[in-house]
Ligand binder design. Sequence first.
Ligand code: GTP
Ligand code: MG
Length: 653
Amino acid sequence: MTRAPSKPAAAASAPSVTRLAIVGTAGHIDHGKTALVRRLTGVDTDRLPEEKKRGISIDLGFAPLVTPAGVHVGIVDVPGHERFVKNMLAGVGGIDLVLMVIAADEGVMPQTREHLAIVQLLGVSRGVVVLTKRDLVEREWLDEVARDVRALLAGSPLAEAPIVEFSALTGAGQEPLLAAIDAALATATGRKTAEPVRLPIDRVFTVEGFGTVVTGTLWRGMVRVGDALELLPGGHAVRVRRVQVHGATVEEARAGQRTAVAVHGVAKEQVARGDWLVAPASLRASSVLDVRFELLPDYPREWKAATRVRFHLGASEIIGRLVLLEGTSLRAGSSALAQVLLEKPAVPARGDRFVVRSYSPSRTVGGGTVIEPVATRRRRRAGGLDSLAVHESGSLEARLLERLATEARPVATALLAQALGESEAGVGAALAGLVSAGEAVAPVEGRWLAVARWSSAQETITQEVEKYCAKYPARYGVPKGELKSGLKSAVDATLFDAAFDALVAASTVAVRGERVRPASSAWEPPAATMAALGRVEAELEANGLAAPETAAWLAKLGAGGPEVLSLGYFMGRLVRVSQEFTYTARQLEGLRTKLAAHFAKKPTLSVAEFKEIAGVSRKYGVPLMEHCDRVGWTVRGGDERKAGGRLASGRRD
Ligand SMILES: Nc1nc2c(ncn2[C@@H]2O[C@H](COP(=O)(O)OP(=O)(O)OP(=O)(O)O)[C@@H](O)[C@H]2O)c(=O)[nH]1
Ligand SMILES: [Mg+2]
């Protein structure tokens, strides 16, 4: 081995933090994986009766190991049988190091290759090759097998991995093997304990007194008793009742530990292998993913545009289709942008590695990396791949801008962080940069929008206001509510409110009452409408307060009537007193003056007195009195009235 020696001081400088790692076995059936784990740990990971009976591993097995350097290792022992590769896949996600086990007597076999391809696709870059059953072969044979193995590994991330000779029968090679494991783990970086919890569930069972227990490798974060967590894709909220690591109850489990979590709030039947235990609202379930897909070099054909596959992520296996977004086919050994359309939702995050197996017969054909965990379905070759390329390899700022460009409304920082698979703090800082570069805005506190979308919303509103005013010159402007609902499909409601306020603040539009017009053009109602309004006022005033009913004089004005009426109301020159009657402002002002004179002499006003003052019969008197009550000129008490608070000021509302 030619690895740089690890600094012992590094481990000693932080004695309180135990170094943790997950190590997975891999290799062909019967090559001695389980025997090796038993030799190292004393634990028989074949615990199912059927495993005992058939002498093979069927499902995952787990065992703890403390290495000579003091690393606390959780070993995941996987089955080698080709029918159980899906079980192998459920355990191998999230391992730090692979023990590639090859029986010296048989050498490289089909699942040696398949398991190697899988760990490579999952991005496992640390490995130790174990040539086991050393006791069964001669030196010459052993050297030949070692040469085959080197040839197999050439060009892979494990090309430089140490090859250790071992015998589970005699124990020979155990020390060099442990030393090789320690050397390989010395370069492993610790997992992110500060990030939100993410645990792919590989087993679910019940424990007397604790209910439902889920187990898995804690990918990131920490789990403590009492924590509120979420089960996805089901979306069940749960609370942690107990945490165990390799059978021992602990206060907290940290990223990089095999973890069993007893949860409150969900029945065993509601959870299954492949589900995830995560921090609330930190991830979303998704059935459509944008990915980069790599086809294995030994795939015998070209990959067709849309093919039915088994998609493996974390401990989940989901059937779906893998659709190429570039070109109509893919050559073995090459990669392309693709979309995964799943029959049931996965729980992906950006950057996750996944494995793809053919639907039938099941064999590993490729894998790749998640680019957009929550994507929308694309039409093949409909374009938009530039944006995907940015999401794949662009800077955080560039990716944020791409994301914002697709958002029709201001989006909260937390949602952006979740969509991009980044920390909220990082996204917040990048957003601040985009704001000072003039590329993003926060129209609502803590919610963000691309500047282009912000400007176009304001432009759309302004244009709509201009259009309305050109169409209805007799009106001051468009009522705000009508403007907003008219633009409903073009401008999101939250965005409308923010953009409207900005237009008012910038004096681009002017507001009077509910109506809005472009501030740049002064309002001048058409002379003909003004003249008609003057005639209406004259006609109303000709008979004192015994004025004609609104409908009657409106009919005389013909098609332009409503326009005159609305102009009169808007300018405050006409006042609607009831369904039937409209008066001029001057008439009502005259009435107010008379009422004030009455109350100066007498504190109360009877109905008869009112009719006399107004000079009208009951038909006009009742609506007028009710109007005076409404506007606060009078206050009714039984049959009599007193002076209202607004009588003196003359304000009508
Ligand atoms: N002589 C000899 N036999 C071994 C050694 N290691 C394992 N065996 C035997 O090989 C057989 C298979 O060993 P396992 O450890 O069950 O193999 P495995 O890789 O776990 O098999 P699967 O989990 O089913 O893929 C058993 O009969 C073991 O006793 C060894 O170092 N020397
Ligand atoms: Mg086994």
